[in-house]
Design a protein around this ligand. Structure first.
Ligand code: FAD
Ligand code: UDP
Length: 363
């Protein structure tokens, strides 16, 4: 008999597994995939650590989380500074003085930029933003919205910006200094050697069974352990009995190129409708890897319309949040089961949020 059966070897599951082992508990971790680390999994190709499920940059304001991850692996000083490409133009992200001076040819100072944005946001004067489009216009004005936000967002979410919650872009910084750092957090970096190494460290000495789906034998698994930690989709746990929550998926097209430096940056966002992908990732730049070849990944947004696809994003709009609340109420009544992580809580969590939650969950 195990003390804990942990469903999912991603960051939530691995953090709980580590803590339980520290307390002397007997733990079994299962995952339906053929590898550990969930969506932060990295795999070495051509000497380069490839982020198999999209670019992952660790950033946090939580010192305890930063110390925790650094206890397993050393982090480099990578700072995410993506560029956005639309047609034949390139802009710096997030929205900062480099972006403003390039988009408007009469803007040179922070004051010029503020004045210009103020003029453009007049169309929103006195109105509280009700959707993503209105939020974007009141944040940076219509020119930036149309070049850098509208196309990207509509590709990503497959919905008109007027039908999306404003919250989605509240996480993007707007700065009146020349600073391309995508995040405001105090700590940031990439684990040297890849995220898989981080999760291997967390799961050291713990029994892990891969290619094992919890739903292949729920009753059998429940008998194996005193407590279950579940990190999969919350609606699936309850056999979708209240209805289906919506998710977004992604399709990754990874290519090995016989060139040393393809795009000069780890992340290039494609914000226009002329191409279907949203980002191209050049993995070697995350760790400044010196390798003769390079590996790039095109990231295509995809509908989540087939259970065989991975559900990467939850959609925190009103309708889905309401249904998620109903599932959360059922989860609370479920004895000896802890629901945690992006899919089991139905929350758009970053890695540090997931680890913070797992460190603070009572086990
Ligand atoms: P997961 O990593 O999804 O782990 C859940 C695991 O459970 C999976 O391995 C799954 O196979 C397994 N599982 C599910 N159901 C079952 C079942 N029935 N039986 C057995 N196993 C099961 N965060 C950042 O902080 N910075 C970033 O730059 C960043 N970039 C991102 C980019 C993309 C494209 C995506 C999709 C996410 C990004 N994130 C980023 C978020 C980050 O990936 C998540 O916050 C984090 O990985 C969630 O961890 P988790 O343990 O909740 O879930
Ligand atoms: N976004 C955008 N243009 C960009 C990058 C992001 O409009 O070039 C918007 C888009 O709506 C996206 C949201 O900002 O869904 C959050 O972007 P982020 O890069 O933080 O998302 P993630 O890495 O989680 O996909």
């Amino acid at each position: 008999m195990y003390d804990y059966l942990i469903v999912g070897a991603g960051l939530f599951g691995a953090t709980i597994a580590y803590r339980a082992k520290q307390q002397g508990k007997k733990v079994l971790v299962i995952d339906k995939r053929d590898h550990i680390a969930g969506n932060v999994y990295t795999e070495e190709i051509e000497g380069i650590n490839v982020h198999k499920y999209g670019a992952h940059i660790f950033h946090t304001d939580y010192k305890d989380v930063w110390d925790f991850v650094n206890s397993f692996v050393e982090f480099n000083r990578y700072t995410n500074s993506p560029v956005a490409r639309i047609g034949n133009e390139i802009y710096n992200m997030p929205f900062n003085m480099n972006t403003f001076t390039k988009i408007w040819d009469d803007v040179f100072t922070p004051e010029d930029a503020k004045k210009r944005i103020e003029e453009e946001r007049q169309e929103m004067a006195g109105k509280e933003p009700q959707n993503l489009e209105e939020q974007a216009i009141s944040l940076v004005g219509r020119s930036i919205y149309e070049k850098l936000i509208k196309g990207y967002t509509e590709k990503q979410w497959h919905r008109d910006c007027k039908d999306l919650p404003a919250d989605i872009i509240k996480r993007l910084p707007v700065r009146f200094i020349f600073d391309n750092n995508y995040f405001n957090d105090r700590y940031q970096g990439i684990p040297i050697g890849g995220y898989t190494k981080l999760v291997e460290g967390m799961l050291g000495g713990i029994e892990v069974q891969l290619n094992t789906n919890f739903f292949s034998d729920v009753e059998g698994f429940k008998k194996k352990a005193k407590k279950i930690v579940y990190t999969g989709m919350i609606d699936e746990y309850f056999d979708f009995k209240l209805g289906h929550l919506e998710y977004r998926s992604l399709r990754f097209d990874t290519q090995i190129l016989d060139e040393e430096n393809h795009q000069g940056n780890a992340v290039v966002n494609y914000t226009g409708r002329e191409v279907d992908y949203t980002r191209v990732i050049e993995h070697k730049h995350f760790e400044s890897t010196e390798a003769p070849k390079t590996v790039i990944t095109y990231e295509y947004p995809d509908d989540w319309d087939d259970p065989k696809k991975e559900a990467y994003y939850v959609i925190n709009d009103e309708k889905n949040n309401k249904l998620a609340d109903e599932y959360r109420a059922l989860a609370e009544k479920e004895e000896n089961v802890i629901f945690g992580g992006r899919l089991a809580e139905y929350k758009y969590y970053d890695m540090d949020d997931v680890i913070k939650k797992a460190l603070e969950t009572e086990i």
